[in-house]
Structure formats: C-alpha cells, structure tokens
Design a protein around this ligand. Structure first.
Ligand code: ADP
Ligand code: TRP
Length: 345
C-alpha cells in the first residue's frame, strides 16, 4: 500500500457509513444518521477520509423492483447533497460501483462460521416470522464488514457512525476483522477493529403511530414531504384524549418528541410550559411542528429541487466518489489477495 501513514500529530480516523436505498428517507433517518454523517464528513480535518455510500447491494436483499431501486438510489444522493454534504471534502458513492466488495465479502465468508450468520438479528427475525430468508439476508453482516473494512488505511482507526440498531452488525464487523487477521496475518494484523460511533442523545424518532419511525411501517414523515401530504401526516400523529384545556405531559407525547429535535432550547422550553399549563391542545403542537419542519428543510428543499434538474451533476459526484472508493478498496484488496494466497497480477 502507498505510505499514507499518519504522523503522530494526525491520527484522525477514516469514517465509513452506509444507508440503504430501500425507500424514501424520513425524519428518523435524518436525525438518526444523515445529519451527523454530513457534519462529520464536512469537517475540514477529515478531508478525503470520509466514505459515505448508498448501500444498494444491501437494499437488494429486500427490494424487488429495479426501477424503484434506481429511483431510491438517486433520491438518497439528492438528499445528501441537498442537506449539505460537500463533495469537495468527502466521498459519496454507490456501493455497487465498488466491485472489490464482492471479492472481500467472499474472503470474509470463508472464515465465518455459519452458526454466527444464523444469529444475525435481521435473519433471525425473518425466520421467526416464518418467512424464507434469502442468502443475501443471511450474509448481510459480512457484506457490511467488507464495505467498512475495504476503506482501511494504514495506521488509522475506522470509525463508523450508525444508529443504535446497528450495534450487532458492527460487532460482527469487528469479529470478522479479528478472525481474518488471526487466520491470515496473526503477526501483522491487516485490519483495524472498526469502532461504532453511536450518538446517545439521538433517541429513537417516533413515527405518526408512535412506533419507531421506519420505511417499512408506513408511519414515516419524509424529510422532503411538503404541502398537503406533509400536513396530513403531521395532523395524523397519534395523541391521547386529554381535553384541550387540561394540563399535558410533553414527555409522553409523540408530537413533542418530534418538536424537541427541531426547536431551539428556548422554543422547546416555551412549548413544554404551554403543555403543562393547559389550554394548549395537541392540534396547536402539531401546527407548531408543521411550521418547524417546513422552515427547517426550506433551503434544502430548494437546493434539492434545483439539483434534481441537473442529474449530470449528481452523477459526476457519485462517479468521483466511486473512483476514490475503488482506489482505496483496490489497495486493500491487493493485500488481502496476497494474505490469502491468490496470485496478485
Ligand atoms: P428504516 O427502519 O426506515 O428501514 P434503516 O434501518 O434503513 O431505516 O436506517 C438507516 C439509518 O437511520 C440507521 O442508522 C438507523 O439507525 C437510522 N434510523 C432509522 N430509523 C430511525 C428512527 N426512527 N430513529 C432514529 N434513527 C433511525
Ligand atoms: N446496515 C445499515 C442499515 O441498515 C446500512 C449499512 C450497510 C451500513 N453498510 C454499512 C452502515 C456500513 C454503516 C456502515 O442502516
């Protein structure tokens, strides 16, 4: 590998994170993942060391409609760019543009006991529901290990910003790195053990029905929902039947749980106070939330509209990102091939 070893004064990690293009991104994805991924990637000190990708290989475990997969993939790219991701500072790309991942996944699978795969949460859930899981779902965490470890850089840690639900997958990535090192490079470990970066203050964002907001529950508010559709969703957030004039506990209310993420400290205090004082109904809170969402994403919505009219520009960003990702993954794969005994060309 070329010597990209950090000096003692520069030990910043490589950042890697992926998001599946399996539906329209929602407020849970924004507060749970996108927002901090963008902030971390745009950090000047991380320049060129953040790899953010759209995990279409992973989405293929569930999406069965080629047109939809293409549309979701493009939408995630638009979302990232509209929300402020700066392609001059970090790499944004589509996972399937990095063919080395297939080869690395295979090498990892060959050192992975099948019993470990069968303990994967997503796989187990599917089987518990009596559904037939495909091989992609069974091996999903190993592909994830590959798409993290492919961006290994000598002497640097790998940091993976993710939501709390990704803890198990990250543990499997660490185990996989350790097992590969132990098997093929016991004296000179090739891979670092990737570290999850889980932001504690981001609680689970509730959907309109009060369950975790999710693409698959039909309870999501899209980041870029607007107009009537947005209003309808916000107004449908479930609440209890406390009469308007009675005091209410903001901490028990799903609308307030969303408001807290948009409001300034001052606004949050005022609204919580209004809940407790009585005479402030859930309808009032929903109207406040509606205008907060509209305002918060206003500039991004405009940027997204403009970008959508320049698809060539988006494709260029993804192509440049993919090129950087392939270059890094290619260097790592040369070491992997050497370690396992494939003939390097
Ligand atoms: P979904 O459940 O909608 O399919 P994903 O599992 O694709 O979402 O999640 C992508 C990222 O967004 C993950 O890092 C996850 O932790 C985060 N995320 C998804 N839903 C929520 C939520 N309701 N609250 C907080 N974070 C979330
Ligand atoms: N499994 C992640 C999710 O569902 C998406 C993902 C794929 C990912 N590869 C990754 C996240 C690598 C972080 C790092 O949200």
């Amino acid at each position: 590998m070329p010597d990209d070893s950090p000096s003692a004064s520069d030990r910043l990690p490589v950042l890697v994170s992926g998001i599946q293009p399996s539906g329209t991104l929602h407020l849970g994805n924004y507060f749970g993942a996108l927002r901090q991924n963008i902030a971390l990637a745009n950090d000047e000190r991380q320049r060129d060391r953040a790899f953010l990708f759209i995990a279409d290989y992973h989405a293929l475990t569930t999406v069965r409609d080629a047109e939809a997969l293409r549309r979701y993939t493009t939408e995630v790219a638009l979302d990232y760019l509209a929300l402020g991701f700066d392609p001059d500072k970090a790499h944004l790309f589509v996972q399937s543009d990095v063919p080395q991942l297939g080869e690395l996944t295979w090498a990892f699978l060959c050192v992975t006991p099948t019993s470990l795969l069968e303990k994967g949460v997503a796989y187990k859930d599917k089987v518990a529901q009596g559904l037939t899981a495909n091989g992609g779902l069974l091996t999903y965490p190993i592909l994830q290990a590959a798409d993290i470890l492919a961006y290994t850089a000598p002497g640097r840690d790998l940091l993976v910003p993710v939501g709390a639900d990704q803890k198990q997958n990250l543990e499997i990535s660490r185990d996989t790195a350790a097992r590969f090192n132990q098997t093929f490079r016991p004296d000179d470990p090739l891979f670092p053990l990737p570290e999850p970066l889980i932001l504690d203050e981001v609680a689970v964002i509730p959907g309109v029905d009060g369950r975790k907001m999710s693409k698959s529950y039909g309870n999501a508010i899209g980041i870029f929902d607007e107009g009537k559709a947005l209003k309808k969703k916000v107004m449908s957030i479930v609440s209890d039947s406390t009469p308007l004039e009675d005091p209410k506990d903001p901490e028990q209310d799903h609308t307030f749980a969303l408001i807290r993420h948009f409001a300034t400290d001052e606004q949050r205090g005022e609204i919580a106070e209004a809940y407790r004082a009585g005479g402030y109904g859930y309808g009032h809170a929903k109207k406040a939330l509606l205008s907060m969402i509209t305002e918060h994403f206003g500039p991004a919505r405009e940027r997204r509209r403009q970008l959508a009219e320049r698809p060539g520009e988006v494709r260029e960003v993804l192509a440049a990102g993919a090129q950087a990702a392939r270059a890094r993954a290619g260097e790592v794969m040369a070491e992997v091939r050497d370690a396992v005994g494939f003939l390097n060309p």
